[in-house]
Each structure stands twice: as structure tokens, then as C-alpha cells.
Ligand binder design. Sequence first.
Ligand code: HEM
Length: 385
Amino acid sequence: AYTFYQDLRLNQPVFPMSSGGSNSSWIITKYDHVKELLKSPSFIKDQNKLFSQSSREEMNADELNIFQNMMLDVDPPDHTRLRKLVQPYFNPKTIKQLEPRITEIAQELLEEMKHKKGSVDLIDDYAFPLPIIVISELLGVPVEDRNKFRKWSNTIVAASDNMTADFQEDVEAFTAYLTSLFEKRKAEPEEDLISSLLQTAEEEEQLTKAELYSMVVLLIIAGHETTVNLIGNTMFALFEHPEQMSKIKFDQTLIPSAIEEGLRFYSPVDFSTARWAEEDMEFHGQEIRGGDLVLASISSANRDEEKFSHAEQFDVTRSKNAHVAFGFGIHFCLGAPLARLEGKVAIEELLSAFPNIDLNRTMNRPEWKPVFLLRGLSQLPVALN
Ligand code: HEM
């Protein structure tokens, strides 16, 4: 995929993916163009605006839709209002306070790994459970329910590629689960994000019912697969580049910059979510029409030679690493401080527990999951040595 992007950046940076029917889809591959797209108010998130003014309200009046009202899918002023409600929970300062607890969770998982007989899979045994436990605690979702989320969240993420038969069923189960959790927290509020959102929804009427569900679903899903990929992809890149691994083992203060390089080199989110051109326009030599779908290739932008010197090299000491792995503009990842902290703690603790950890080279080379929007490994078998 990376050579394909390189070719597009050189020859067709605003690339028409399809032009069947009345509207086209485009992929944007150059770093500067990606940033321009993501910050431009002419590319909007709410597709319904293109057709009718009131359809969002009409949709809300319908049955409960747990996807249609996420901050990620709406424009200002709704976006501003929704984001403001949860922003305080995700500020770097607030997030930093979670460090001791994240460390504890990492250490518990590593302890379990020590006692595991047979092969250890860094994804299943470590990268996956860590972020899901952290986000569950932050939201106030009972940790023992987290396996249910794995299935629901997988089905929902996979639905961006192909609808599985389970989709409708899983969505209903997820909705029902949240309804009963909300009931519990309403009756007995706790010090968690869900209790606080419920209060806001009730007292200040700043949040509709559908928005409340969507918010919780978004936070669970967004904080889930992505951070798993960050930990897995960065470790994989380190295994592939033993000289870089040696550098961070020698100087652990390089771990945060190794995380940034992991984010750039194997970006966990390959593409931005969809944006629609609000009206006809020219974008770097191409005529884009109102209603066209435009996707920013984050992976491509992060390998743009015009922006990053020796872009194809994985370099844990890279300075001024202004990657766009967390997006750009008003939808810039809300969870970036949390993801960065989880990544740092995960790798620090892993390397201090198992300084000689390496890929299990007797197994096949790990493979990327065949998901279009996200880049992550399905397995990462390791030898703890
Ligand atoms: C938005 C990446 C972890 C919550 C985004 C966007 C990207 C991204 C690229 C923007 C999408 C677009 O503009 O189309 C990542 C990566 C992560 C990560 C690479 C991990 C390495 C998290 C975590 C959370 C989170 C841990 C929270 C629990 C969100 C939310 C948005 C978002 C709520 C929507 C923000 C908005 O619309 O204003 N993320 N994310 N993310 N992310 Fe993350």
C-alpha cells in the first residue's frame, strides 16, 4: 500500500477513486493537502445537510440510532457542544493522573503473561486488554463486561468494510446493554464519565438521548482498536528494526518519541473518516462537485517525502515529527493524550518486564488485518526469552 500511495502522491495526488453514478469519491495523499482538507469548513461531516435542512432532527425523532449522533460525524455548532461536554476528561493534565493506574494494569497483564505456558500473543494478551480496561474504568463500564464489547465493537468496526450478518443483532444487544447500564447509574451515580453525562443530559438538556448513546459508543470504539494498533504496530516496527530497539532499551526516555514514530510509520488509522464537499470547488487541479466523498489518507501523508526526510525509515530519534496520525483541525483526536500515555506506559513496562522480548521467529510473519480504515496486526506472537 505504501508504494501505491507514493505513486499517487507523485502522479495523482487528488485521486478519483470512483466516478460511477452522480457523485465521485476522492483520495487525498499529500501531507499539505491532507491538512488543508481536514481544516477546511467546505468539507463537511454531516451528509444530510447536503440534501435537506431538517433531516437530522427527523432522524432523531425516529427510533434510537446509536451511530448517527457522534461528534465525529457532525459539524459545528453540534460538534462544538458535544466535544465540550467530554473535553475536560481528556485534557493532558487530567489524563496524566491515570498514569499510576495504567501502570498497575500493565503490570498485572505482564504478570499473567509470565505464567502463560506456550506461545504469547502480544495483541491478545497485552495490547488488546490494556486500553479496554482503561476506557471501561474511565467511563464506568464494569470491567467484567469487556469481552462482550470486543465482539460488538469488532462487528461495528468491520461494518465499515462489510456488513456481517450479526450486525443488527449486535447493535441491538449493545443498545440494550447501555440502557440497563444507564438505568443503574441514574439510580446510583458514581464518579465516572457516564454518570456525569447522564446528569448533563437530564439537568441541562445539552444532550439528547440519541447523542448520549452515540457518545458512549464512540468513546468505547474509538479508544479500543486504535490504541491496540498503536501498541502492536510500534512493537512490530521495533522488532523489525533491532538497531532502533537497542536505542530505546539503552535510553528509555526515547520511548515517547518511538511512540510518535510508530504513529507516523504504521499509522493505526489509515484514513480519516468521510468528509463531503459542501459545494462545487477546485481542489489542487481537480474539479470536486458538491456531495462528493473525500477521504484523507493519513498513512500516505505520514510518509510524504516532502514533509519527512527519509520518510521510509523508522527512526525513533526523529525530531519535529509533525505526523497527522490523530487527524487535524476540529476533529483532532480527543483521546490523543490518553493514547500517547497508554502507549508509553505499555512499552516501558513491557521492556522492563521482558528486556529480551522478540518476535517469535518460528511462526509466520505477522499479518495486517484486512480492514480498510485501520491498520493493525491480527496477531503478534512473541518470545519472552
Ligand atoms: C478522532 C486517531 C485513540 C477518541 C480521531 C481521528 C483520528 C483518530 C485520526 C480523526 C478522524 C477524522 O478527522 O476523520 C486515533 C488514534 C488513536 C486514537 C491513532 C490511538 C493511537 C483514541 C482514544 C480515544 C479517542 C483512546 C478516546 C477514548 C476520539 C474521538 C474522536 C477521535 C472522540 C472524535 C473527535 C471529534 O470529532 O472532535 N482519532 N485515535 N481516540 N478520537 Fe481518536
